[in-house]
Design a protein around this ligand. Structure first.
Ligand code: NAD
Length: 338
């Protein structure tokens, strides 16, 4: 469903996200309109290589560094790296989210999900709550959703419903996430996973829970379903899952929304760590990666909270104010003010 308008919007979100995370990047995005599930490995490889041939002059270590997003993974990044290197020589820092054997960072695969969990812990702590014992609903069980589910389960949270493109399942006592992850390795659909009941995917976002974490598509929480959302907290792990009308309806209901430009910034933060390691030619231990990620996520939360206090605004406005102010300050310092 990707198109130029969406790519532009995502590139802009990326600019504010890297500013909120306080990492030395701007914002960019790219995409191919296709369904990767319908393509064979060799078709995916050819598509990625031809795409790279067309954009190799637009990307670069100090220009634009792609990373995996919806429908892409470490293998996609490996093909881009290989194709780019045919034109420019071996350049591991030109992509992040690569396989470890090609210079990828330990902890990158789990980074967005782990960042989501650090962000969730920060916001819950503000309300005197923690993940343990709370009920979670997760839409999307790909890279971000499955890691978030696993890490929440490890911390004693109950994931009461999950969905992916094949369907949705629920269990009011909590789904056995480690078993579901094993099940997914050899099954394409979630629907027949034992110990759960299948449910209508359209009901997932309005299912009874404390915390709703959309980890799939944009625009899924909209004016049609916002009034029926039961969650008290929404953690935007997907990019722009809540449309502006829904945002207003939810705010009026007192739902706390942790915005995407902060909640899912763990991915680009560890992409930055991977790029730093590639440039330095020095690999970090996974513990160091996760520890630094925690530090960046915590600092960004404190910075957003300070903005909310100064401007008496919600977390989304606080995060945007922080990001836009940082970009504006840098722009003015360079002498670009109008
Ligand atoms: P992915 O391709 O690994 O997984 C996407 C998941 O969404 C899959 O489980 C898929 O089945 C599911 N899905 C697709 N359509 C659906 C539908 N209609 N209903 C329910 N589930 C559906 O992608 P990902 O990397 O996990 O990314 C998920 C979201 O997180 C996207 O919005 C992406 O932009 C955002 N994000 C990802 C990263 C990252 O590092 N991967 C970083 C920041 C933000």
């Amino acid at each position: 469903m990707v198109d130029p308008d969406e790519v532009n919007a995502l590139a802009q979100l990326m600019t504010w996200k890297t500013a909120v995370a306080n990492i030395p990047y701007g914002g960019a995005k790219g995409g191919i309109g296709c369904n990767p599930r319908d393509l064979s490995m060799s078709e995916l490889e050819r598509l990625t290589r031809v795409f790279t041939q067309r954009i190799h002059d637009l990307i670069g270590i100090h220009r634009d560094v792609p990373a995996p997003d919806m429908g892409t993974n470490a293998q996609t990044m490996a093909w881009i790296l290989d194709e780019y290197s045919k034109f420019h020589g071996h350049s591991p820092a030109v992509v992040t989210g690569k396989p470890i054997d090609l210079g990828g960072s330990l902890g990158r695969e789990s980074a967005t999900g782990l960042g989501v969990v650090f962000a969730t812990e920060s916001v819950l702590a503000e309300y005197g709550k923690s993940i343990s014992g709370m009920k979670f609903v997760i839409q999307g069980f790909g890279n971000v959703g499955s890691w978030a589910a696993k890490l929440i389960h490890d911390r004693g949270g109950k994931v009461v419903a999950v969905s992916d493109i094949t369907g949705a399942i629920k269990n009011p006592d909590g789904i056995d996430i480690p078993a579901l992850l094993r099940y997914k390795e050899s099954n394409t659909s979630l629907k027949e996973f034992q110990g759960t009941d299948a449910m209508d995917p359209n009901d997932l976002l309005v299912h009874e829970c404390d915390v709703l974490i959309p980890c799939a598509l944009g625009g899924v929480i909209n004016k049609e379903n916002a009034a029926d959302v039961k969650a008290k907290f929404i953690i935007e792990a997907a990019n722009h899952p809540t449309d502006p009308e829904a945002d207003e309806i939810l705010s009026n209901k007192g739902v706390v929304i942790l915005p995407d430009i902060y909640a899912n910034a763990g991915g680009v933060t560890v992409s930055y760590f991977e790029w730093v390691q590639n440039i330095q030619g020095f690999m970090w231990e996974e513990e160091k990666v996760n520890c630094e990620l925690k530090r960046y996520m915590h600092k960004a939360f404190l910075d957003i909270k300070a903005m909310c206090q100064i401007h008496n605004c919600n977390l989304r406005m606080g995060a945007f104010t922080l990001g836009v102010n940082r970009v504006a300050r840098a722009t003015i310092l360079r002498g670009w003010e109008a």
